[in-house]
Design a protein around this ligand. Structure first.
Ligand code: GLN
Length: 308
């Protein structure tokens, strides 16, 4: 059909671009094959179109953030979550140690401070750290429509050098945004980031958001519409960190990137998109992934602010 041909051509266009670097701050990620490249479209009626490395598994990293935020909203309700994590774009790097003046509330759930807090809010109140990780992995799996596993090597590698996220968590603890052992929360968050996915999985996860929370493959209502609206709004404003404004104007698709090279976009009522290419730009976003999304957006008129 025409879509796989289109995707193959698009991959061919970006393939020569070998700029950017692997995420070396997680030693295990530095060993990834930098040349991998794939793109997938998942439609809301459950069709998958892909080209390139669509079944190669890599760690989800920050792409887990919108989904865990969705689980926290679903499990705890909007106000308890908003009380602890804001929705203001920070315009800062993903690992910035930035909290709201006075309250210590993280600005949004897409930067690490907010994502670590969102992780702590998944599942019912009082759940132990292991139960919470289980809730998160079950939830991510429901979004993907299949059982997902953890890459133990990446998890251990990130945790061995997680000083910055531990510092952020201790700050959050000092403001009582976190109310328990900060190390246990970071361990859970790092496990969440180490969940293995393929570009195919990510496209289905994005399509589940685009489809109002119903997984187009399994038919499961993973979260409800108001949660999806909240999550997509935050992705649209904060998903690309300090490149969010550039992305919003240029590409105009609610999106989220991860430092292993994944990138998702979700267009409400239309489609879920995922790309995979491990070399990253200075913001920590996949270089060729960003190019592919630029191309998809302009070729198919996918910018959400564009009149169809
Ligand atoms: N686990 C990574 C971290 O916390 C996720 C960062 C990312 O993908 N941007 O640093």
């Amino acid at each position: 059909s025409i879509i796989p041909d289109y995707l193959t051509d698009a991959l061919g266009d970006v393939e020569p671009d070998v700029s950017g670097e692997l995420a070396a701050y997680i030693p295990e990620l530095a060993g990834a094959d930098p040349d991998r490249l794939g793109a997938v479209f998942a439609t809301l009626d459950g069709r998958i179109y892909g080209a390139g490395d669509i079944d190669h598994e890599f760690t989800i990293q920050s792409i887990s953030k919108p989904f865990t935020y969705a689980l926290a909203l679903a499990d705890r309700g909007f106000y308890p979550v908003l009380d602890k994590v804001g929705v203001e774009p920070s315009g800062e790097a993903f690992n910035q140690i930035s909290l709201e003046q006075g309250t210590g509330r993280p600005l949004n759930p897409m930067i690490n401070a907010g994502a670590i807090t969102a992780h702590s809010l998944a599942g019912p109140q009082g759940l132990d750290p292991a139960g919470r990780v289980e809730r998160v992995i079950d939830g991510l799996s429901a979004f993907a429509g299949r059982r997902l596993a953890v890459d133990e090597a990446v998890c251990a590698s990130e945790m061995a050098d997680a000083h910055r996220n531990l510092a952020i968590a201790h700050m959050l603890r000092s403001y009582d945004i976190l109310t328990e052992d900060p190390t246990a929360v970071v361990e859970g968050y790092v496990r969440q980031c180490s969940v293995l996915v393929s570009a195919r999985d990510l496209a289905v996860m994005a399509a589940t958001l685009a489809n109002g929370g119903v997984n187009p493959l399994s038919g499961e209502q993973v979260v409800h519409q108001p949660v999806v609206r909240q999550v997509l709004s935050v992705m649209a404003t904060c998903g690309m960190y300090d490149a969010a404004g550039d992305w919003a104007t240029h590409v105009g698709i609610p999106a989220k990137s991860g430092v292993a090279g994944g990138l998702i976009g979700a267009l409400p009522g239309q489609i879920g998109i995922a790309t995979f290419s491990p070399r990253l730009d200075a913001h920590g976003n996949s270089v060729r992934g960003v190019s592919l999304f630029e191309q998809f957006s302009s070729d198919a008129g996918l910018h959400v602010m564009e009149v169809p």
